[in-house]
Design a protein around this ligand. Structure first.
Ligand SMILES: Nc1nc2c(ncn2[C@@H]2O[C@H](COP(=O)(O)OP(=O)(O)OP(=O)(O)O)[C@@H](O)[C@H]2O)c(=O)[nH]1
Length: 611
């Protein structure tokens, strides 16, 4: 570790972030800015720099992208003015709706944002949602129309859309290209001129916002903070506002992007703190750090502990791997406060874990890492949302596992989570997309025209968009529609549990919860898909969907035909061996029920898109 440079005054600090719809060129433009400010190459050096902090570089723990501190010297003008030096802190934000809470916390560490819009695409759903996150945080927005080098670019059109949809004056837009570097000097000047310096009194009681963190085996949790008031020094005793826990600060510092040790972080600064926090759940994103001796009276508002909203069962295909799976989950949880797991037993799948995620993408990332980095073969059950059931005895029961859903005679009412969904699409696809939303039990709130495009705002049950909604939306709109959403709470719904039986046995891990109007359609879809993917046996295997014991759909996995069998048993021995080998490999992600093998695909039959 090296000593940091002397403290700059906050008048010359600019804390900002870049926000954009996916693929509108955020990373490319950030690289161009870094290159311009002489920091190119730092990104590639980052791993090495972090290593000097003896960071644990364990496989499977991705070190999150740190903020980057940059130095910008204004050009000297003809009259001799200019040449002032500024410190820029460029703070990264996650780019997916699953992580919107983290985006809003990262934005709370800034005074401004560059809002990028692709000049050939215009405003998209995430442009709008991100812009509103920035507006809600009272940030200065510098609109940047990007990719102006593209032949299909319509920079004026994109700027007009920003004005129409979000109310940002079109004249404020900076035209740029992350590819050619055009407009980058203008962006740097706009950062200095339009984004205000951070406020705050370095002498006030300490108030610092945690906006990100990662776990390091030697130092404990490293917290990324924005100091809002006061000064944070090494050796200070600090308290976390949400839980009252107290820690002693070992080190503080800034990012270059390597972690550089300094003496203090004062109001307006962005930096890191190591305070011997052993559990990432003790110091979560969004919480406020204050001084133990002289605490601030008000925390940064709106703290909510990371709350998983999508749950899925993860089971090792090989029961011997249970322990290995638990160890891997523990490691992942060290670095991810939003991920949860607890042991779960399924009659069908044996011992496994019920895992909680922020959304489907988060679930996919974790499952993929378990399989790739920890070399585990897993069976994942279909993801489900959390239902709130009022039982006839008055108790309220929250269930994340369809297998545990009470029988109808014990239920007074059921509530399901809802989201506010925003879809942006060309006018010509409005009809079919509205139909899709109606099928998903959506209720239209508003419809706004933006040139030749339309923004639809709907309230939809979260469970209805969980599986294949995004794929269907993309295929209906030939790829042109984009979407984003936020959770808006619980509402009552007439929901039922559909059980699936394979060879006359209920497989608990296959149960799904579905709206009353959709039970038959979904039951049909699941049994058909399962009949397709379960390998044939010597005998026919019935697959049934039932509600409260009543069969609502049925399909059969046909038996091998005799002549096929005959062929298999005759002939060339080496070919037969090869076949056996092949079968063995394909067996990895299967689960055996009696003599019937059920592959992973069958567990996700409910996710198949052909409805
Ligand atoms: N022609 C042109 N292409 C660009 C420009 N900026 C980015 N691209 C291309 O657009 C695509 C997306 O760019 P990224 O920088 O990865 O976009 P992003 O917004 O960071 O994407 P995510 O990280 O996935 O959200 C890439 O194929 C880039 O090469 C530009 O100014 N002009």
């Amino acid at each position: 570790m090296t000593e940091g440079p002397a403290a700059p005054t906050t008048a010359n600090i600019r804390n900002f972030s870049i926000i954009a719809h996916v693929d509108h060129g955020k990373s490319t433009l950030a690289d161009r800015i870094l290159e311009r400010l002489g920091a190119m190459g730092e990104r590639d050096k980052r791993d090495q720099t972090l290593d000097t902090l003896e960071l644990e570089r364990e496989r499977g723990i991705t070190i999150k992208s740190t903020p980057i501190r940059l130095q910008y010297t204004r050009p000297v003008r003809a009259d001799g003015t200019g040449g002032e030096v500024y410190t820029f802190n460029l703070i990264d934000t996650p780019g997916h709706v699953d992580f919107n809470y983290e985006v809003s916390r990262s934005l709370a560490a800034c005074e401004g944002v560059l809002l990028l819009v692709d000049a050939s695409q215009g405003v998209e759903a995430q442009t709008i949602v991100n812009a509103y996150l920035a507006i809600d945080s009272n940030l200065e927005i510098v609109p940047v129309v990007n990719k102006i080098d593209l032949p299909a670019a319509d920079p004026e059109g994109a700027a007009r859309e920003l004005e129409e949809v979000i109310g940002i004056p079109a004249d404020d837009a900076v035209f740029a290209s992350g590819k050619t570097g055009a407009g980058v000097p203008d962006i740097l000047e706009a950062i200095v001129e339009r984004i205000p310096p951070p406020p705050g009194d370095p002498a006030a009681p300490l108030k610092a916002l945690i906006f990100d963190s990662f776990f390091d085996a030697y130092q404990g949790v490293i917290l990324f903070v924005r100091v809002l008031e006061g000064t944070l020094r090494a050796k200070d005793r600090i308290t976390l506002f949400s839980n009252g826990k107290t820690f002693d600060v070992d080190k503080v510092g800034t990012f270059t992007p390597g972690l550089v040790v300094g003496d203090a972080l004062s109001a307006g600064w962005v930096g890191w703190v190591a305070a011997g926090v052993k559990d990432i759940h003790d110091a979560q994103v969004g919480d406020t750090i204050t001084g133990f001796e002289q605490p601030t009276s008000e925390p940064f508002p709106g703290f909510k502990p990371a709350q998983p909203v999508v749950f899925s069962g993860l089971y090792p295909t090989d029961t011997e791997d249970y322990r290995k799976l638990r160890e891997a989950l523990e490691k992942l949880k060290l670095n991810d406060a939003a991920f949860s797991f607890e042991p779960e037993t399924s009659e069908a799948l044996g011992f496994g874990f019920r895992c909680g995620f922020l959304g489907l993408l988060h679930a996919e990332i974790i499952q993929e890492r378990l399989e790739r980095e920890y070399d585990l073969d897993l069976i994942a059950t279909a993801p489900a949302v959390v239902y709130r059931v009022t039982l006839t005895n008055g108790e309220i029961f929250e269930t994340q596992n369809p297998a545990e859903f009470p029988t109808r005679d014990r239920i007074t009412s059921v509530e399901e989570p809802y989201i506010k969904l925003s879809v942006m699409l060309p006018e010509e696809f409005v009809g079919p997309v509205m139909q899709l939303l109606q099928e998903r039990r959506g209720a239209m709130q508003t419809m706004n025209y933006v040139g030749k495009r339309v923004e639809l705002l709907y309230e939809v049950p979260f469970g209805e968009i969980l599986y294949d909604f995004h794929d269907r939306l993309k295929s209906i709109s030939r790829g042109y529609a984009s979407m984003d959403y936020e959770q808006i709470g619980y509402r009552e719904g007439d929901l039922r549990k559909v059980d699936i039986m394979v060879n006359n046995e209920v497989i608990d891990a296959l149960a799904v919860i579905v709206h009353e109007t959709k039970t038959y359609g979904l039951g049909r879809k699941i049994v058909d898909k399962m009949a397709e993917v379960i390998p044939r046996q010597m005998f026919p295997v019935p697959i049934q969907a039932t509600i409260g014991g009543k069969i609502i759909a049925r399909a059969t996995v046909k038996a091998y035909r005799k002549d096929v069998l005959a062929k298999c048993y005759g002939g060339d021995i080496s070919r037969k061996k090869k076949l056996l080998e092949k079968q063995k490999k394909g067996r990895a992600r299967m689960k055996q029920f009696g003599t019937v093998e059920v592959p992973q695909e069958a567990f996700l039959a409910v996710l198949s898109t052909d409805d």
